[in-house]
Ligand binder design. Structure first.
Ligand code: NAD
Length: 260
């Protein structure tokens, strides 16, 4: 496939999404990959020869909390040193161009790159890496404000603290799922997600089954690919700025209105 083979799909994707009134953007690890944060299933799948899918589990933490904390501290530093890219900034523009409240951005990413790109309200479906929380009580603190938190016991009850990420095998925070359900999306743009991790993977699937348009940006095929309205086989940083340009164009919106 030539570098530009994905470009015709962008126009189809824009036509499919342009009439959405409540567009959900669902961003996975592939979106942050373009900012230098590795995905778990790619080359970032091993850390000091430990499979990260074993480190990011309650069992891994119970077995060796300091090892897991070392990995998370290293990831925090890597994320803090990274910068949002043009694709992430394009999502901010999309939100600003659409009438207020018409674009909601939800992510399985635990980093803060979307917030730093200027996105208004990021729904974190798999937690936030910079939060440190108690394993026993409801205390949590923000490591960006005090980066000693992970080395100390819980200041409220004295128990061990853990990263604010949602681990494999743990439940997705109900408030995050309720926020997405309450938004009642009528279209979805899935960017850089393998769509393998439940329950989040069901969100675009259900929207599609209800007849809503779903567009995927991913250089690789996913379990969702056969069902989506349109797949854009490209990197997020290349495809998102072009798609957002089209979606925010009055001409494109007018053409789509005439066709429907
Ligand atoms: P994943 O690692 O399972 O899949 C990433 C997907 O992104 C793949 O389908 C891949 O083909 C695609 N991709 C890779 N590079 C891309 C690019 N430049 N542009 C577009 N797509 C690209 O990720 P996931 O489905 O989001 O979920 C796995 C879990 O891993 C999540 O629970 C998440 O919490 C965690 N995770 C988070 C981060 C982060 O916070 N940045 C990074 C790695 C993993």
């Amino acid at each position: 496939m030539s570098d530009d083979a994905w470009r015709p799909a962008i126009a189809r994707a824009a036509a499919a999404l342009t009439s959405c009134r409540r567009l959900l953007v669902l961003a996975g690890a592939g979106l942050s990959a373009d900012a230098g944060i590795p995905t778990f299933r790619g080359s970032g799948g091993l850390w000091r020869n430990y499979p990260v899918e074993e480190l990011a589990t309650p069992e891994g933490f119970a077995q060796d909390p300091e090892l897991v904390w070392d990995w998370y501290r290293e990831r925090r530093l890597q994320i803090a040193a990274s910068q949002p890219h043009v694709g992430q900034r394009a999502l901010t523009l999309l939100q600003q161009h659409f009438p207020a409240g018409q674009v909601l951005v939800a992510t399985t990413n635990e980093d803060d790159l979307l917030e730093r790109a200027g996105v208004n309200e990021v729904v974190h479906l798999h937690g936030e890496i910079f939060l440190t929380r108690c394993t026993t009580c409801s205390w949590q603190g923000d490591d960006r404000l005090d980066n000693a938190l992970s080395f100390l016991p819980c200041p409220r009850c004295g128990a061990r603290v853990r990263p604010g990420s949602v681990w494999y095998g743990e439940a997705v925070p109900i408030a995050a799922l309720q926020r997405v359900a309450g938004f009642d999306p009528d279209g979805c743009l899935v960017v850089g997600s393998s769509c393998l991790v439940q329950p989040v993977a069901s969100i675009p699937l259900e929207l599609r089954l209800h007849g809503h348009p779903v567009v995927e940006i991913n250089p690789e095929a996913t379990p969702l690919s056969e069902l989506v309205t349109c797949s854009i086989r490209a990197l997020a940083k290349d495809a998102l700025p072009v798609l957002v340009d089209l979606l925010t164009s009055a001409t494109v919106r007018e053409q789509a209105r005439r066709v429907t």
